[in-house]
Design a protein around this ligand. Structure first.
Ligand code: SF4
Ligand code: SF4
Length: 80
């Protein structure tokens, strides 16, 4: 099994947000900046702002909920 990548970087055109039903919402008052959500997000949709907090890139977030599941202090909730 394998695949051929004909055009490197072309996945940026695949706006996976179109799959989303629930969206993650980060409560900064609970976030401890551990970045586990950033590590686990399969879409690379978690970004880090200038204050070290994470923010979601809703263009690519597909709403899988992995970030919310992995967040130790439960700072992320999935909302419709
Ligand atoms: S819901 Fe899924 S795709 Fe969206 S930010 Fe969380 S882990 Fe990434
Ligand atoms: S996993 Fe939770 S506590 Fe850690 S950086 Fe992400 S939102 Fe903040």
């Amino acid at each position: 099994m394998g695949c051929v990548i004909r055009e490197p970087g072309s996945s940026v055109r695949n706006r996976t947000a179109s799959w989303r039903v629930f969206a993650p919402n980060v409560d900064r008052s609970k976030c401890v900046k551990c970045l586990l959500c950033w590590v686990f997000c399969p879409e690379g949709a978690i970004e880090i702002d200038e204050d070290g907090f994470t923010k979601v890139n809703y263009t690519y977030c597909k709403g899988c909920g992995i970030c919310a599941n992995e967040c130790p202090p439960k700072a992320i909730t999935m909302v419709k």
